[in-house]
Design a protein around this ligand. Structure first.
Ligand code: NDP
Length: 290
């Protein structure tokens, strides 16, 4: 068997086109969605991510504001900027690019963002809403994965889903979204005793560990849908995922490539979250005016 390749680039383009249409409709009501991205320091990877996010916004008609702060900025300065953005009616989404410099308390910074503008979905209120099945914002990467499964018509209800990786930004919210869609979910972490025994049961296998080649072909159930979230830069410059792609594609039913898989979906879903924040804000204003 050779797996179907799930084309994240093409799906991301389709999602972005949908977003652009809905942005047009909002602009007709004199509301322009706005996203603020705050970048602290000069981490080269973060600089690229921020540039890509701003460019994607502009293409979809979303106003973007990038705020760059020096590596030595204080936490108080950052919190002050976030407070100003919380109160800015032109800004519907606020994203603080992670990781932050070591002298800053990431949890405190995220909790300062207004939950209604937390388009990353990392605020503890939004994590709680997701856990209780009433999500306001779904974290962009797992949300993008769900969109991929939907577009591939993957039957999630009753499926065995295994998520490898349990971070707050990918693994845990991924597991919650799959659970909410009716899957029977297993979450694995670095202490999992026999990882292969878990992954081989998976009809849907999502891998997000940041360990290149961690899942080999013999760890994949024949016909499974394999979603590789990992993005790893090898010493020779190549970008690879966490799954041995060439081996796994011979066993899986469908698989995402790296690059061109989950990565482009993450940005597309950030646009969706920003748009929806702006739509909710417009609806609140409309309600208040009645
Ligand atoms: P973290 O480092 O925060 O979490 C990694 C998780 O993987 C942890 O839960 C860890 O377990 C688990 N893990 C590590 N080693 C093993 C192992 N041998 N067996 C089982 N589990 C293991 O990473 P992130 O969640 O932030 O990111 C994961 C990957 O996804 C990275 O490559 C990152 O670059 C990529 N990524 C891609 C995005 C995209 O848009 N495509 C967006 C975000 C991330 P434990 O909890 O025990 O430590």
């Amino acid at each position: 068997m050779t797996a179907r390749i799930i084309d994240g680039k093409a799906l991301s383009a389709a999602v972005r086109a949908e977003v652009a249409e809905r942005v047009e409709a909002l602009r007709a009501q004199n509301v322009q969605p706005g996203l603020a991205v705050v970048l602290v320091g000069e981490d080269p990877a973060s600089q690229v991510y921020v540039r890509n996010k701003a460019a994607a916004c502009e293409k979809a008609g979303i106003h973007s504001r990038v705020i760059r702060m020096g590596q030595d900025s204080t936490e108080a300065e950052l919190l002050d900027i976030i407070q100003q953005l919380n109160e800015d009616p032109d800004i519907h989404g606020i994203l603080v690019q992670l990781p932050l410099p070591g002298h800053m308390n990431t949890a405190k910074v995220i909790e300062t963002i207004s939950a209604e503008k937390d388009v990353d979905g990392f605020h503890v209120n939004n994590a709680g809403l997701l856990m209780t099945g009433k999500p306001l914002f779904r974290p962009c990467t797992p949300y993008g994965v769900m969109r991929m499964l939907e577009s591939e018509n993957v039957n999630i209800r009753g499926a065995e889903a295994v998520v490898v990786g349990a971070s707050n930004i990918v693994g845990k919210p991924m597991a919650l979204l799959l659970l909410a869609a009716g899957a029977t979910v297993t979450i694995c972490n670095s202490k999992t005793r026999d990882l292969g025994a878990q992954t081989r049961r998976a009809d849907i296998l999502v891998v997000a560990t940041g360990r290149p080649g961690m899942v080999s072909g013999d760890m994949v159930k024949p016909g499974a849908v394999v979603i590789d979230v990992g993005i790893n830069r090898l010493e020779d410059g190549r970008l690879v995922g966490d799954v041995e792609f060439e081996e796994a594609r011979k066993v899986a039913g469908a698989i995402t490539p790296v690059p061109g898989g989950v990565g482009p979906m993450t940005i597309a879903m950030l646009l969706v979250n920003t748009l929806e924040a702006a739509e909710r804000s417009a609806a609140r204003l409309h309600q208040a005016a009645l």
